[in-house]
Design a protein around this ligand. Structure first.
Ligand code: UDP
Length: 343
């Protein structure tokens, strides 16, 4: 298939692009490079051994998005499916800048869906998030649980999911996948592509990696008084390569299914605490990870993880990489690229 990958230069997008190419799909990346660097695409091209078409475009611009689809037809390679990664993703920032988050995450989706509608393209894979489960007392999340959000970022995911559900009801020729990611970490085994957060990392794994490499003095552990194995927050970490494989599996499966819309959790199903991640990273890197326990982060949920059995069963997919492999691959990327991608 010829797949438009929005946000394809970003962390999860880039790993997915590579796996799509390995699976013999052809790819067009659309990215505005607001949170990604062009050198990520150069690295991808080296790894793939082929050039990858990239369009620098602001997808909130509907005319520009339509032109992307028209140009692909004019070039003899019409777009047949879309994986929509593009979006703002920092929870804390979304609380400070709700308008920017709602505008960007909703408008990019509307532009892309409108362009697909106009061109009769019906296969759409959406980057959703386990954050849509909100604060359910049942820690093991299943796809049938109600959705709710605790931040503007989370609400954009809940809202886009609802738009897609309504679209699937209105026209059952759509084939839509809502992929609910748990906590993506790790990097490609080559160490050439990985996560490159700008500024202070918000997420645990890149922060730990920057402490290990000496860019930050110590980790702040947000609370050790939760009702969990050691009092620290518990999450389901999934290797980005497993996550990328989940996208390829979903893309290849939706066209064969009768359902206009399908929802899948992409997680490992294995809960890990903050201190368990710190210990695994210390083992993988051979470095000590200094940390200090500080008060809980506002809005944090104590513990949740995926029940991935629906994706296991329906996609024939499962996350196979362990937390030790996640840390080893993160460390390879971080130690080979202490300052992330070159400018
Ligand atoms: N966390 C932490 N220190 C950090 C970043 C995160 O202790 O600097 C904890 C956080 O409280 C949570 C877990 O690590 O329990 C995962 O947090 P992250 O921000 O990576 O993901 P999310 O909260 O979105 O699941």
């Amino acid at each position: 298939m010829r797949v438009l990958v929005t946000g394809g230069a970003g962390y999860i997008g880039s790993h997915t692009v590579l796996q799509l190419l390995v699976a013999n799909h052809s790819v067009l990346i659309a990215d505005d490079f607001s949170n990604a660097k062009p050198s990520a695409v150069t690295r991808l091209e080296e790894l793939a051994g082929q050039s990858i078409p990239v369009c620098r475009v602001d997808l909130t611009d509907e005319a520009a998005t339509l032109a992307l689809f028209d140009d692909a037809i004019a070039g003899g390679q019409p777009i047949e499916a879309v994986i929509h990664f593009a979006g703002f993703k920092a929870v804390g920032e979304s609380v400070a800048k709700p308008l920017a988050y709602y505008r960007n995450n909703l408008d990019t989706t509307f532009s892309v869906l409108r362009a697909m509608d106009v061109h009769g393209v019906r296969q759409f894979v959406f980057s959703s998030s386990a954050t849509v489960y909100g604060e359910n007392p049942v820690r093991e999340r299943t796809e049938d649980m109600p959705t709710y959000a605790t931040s503007p970022y989370g609400w954009t995911k809940v809202m886009v999911e609802q738009v897609l559900r309504d679209l699937a009801v209105a026209d059952d020729s759509w084939r839509i996948a809502l992929l609910r990611y748990f906590n993506p970490v790790g990097a490609h085994a080559s160490g050439r592509i990985g996560e490159d957060p700008s500024g202070l990392p918000n997420n645990l794994m890149p922060f730990v990696a920057q402490v290990a490499v000496g860019r930050r003095e110590k980790l702040a552990v947000f609370g050790d008084d939760y009702d969990t194995v050691d009092g620290t927050g518990v999450r389901d970490y999934i290797h980005v390569e497993d996550l990328a494989a989940g996208h390829v599996a979903a893309l290849e499966r939706i066209g064969l299914r009768d359902d206009a819309l399908s929802v899948w959790n992409l997680g490992s199903g294995h809960p890990e605490s903050v201190l368990e991640v710190v210990a695994a990273f210390a083992r993988a890197s051979g470095r000590e990870i200094p940390y200090e326990v500080v008060p809980r982060r506002p809005g944090d949920v104590d513990a949740y993880w995926a029940n991935p059995s629906k994706a296991n069963r329906e996609l024939g997919w499962s996350a196979t990489r362990t937390i030790d492999e996640m840390c080893a691959d993160t460390w390879r990327w971080q130690s080979q690229n202490p300052n992330g991608y070159p400018d």
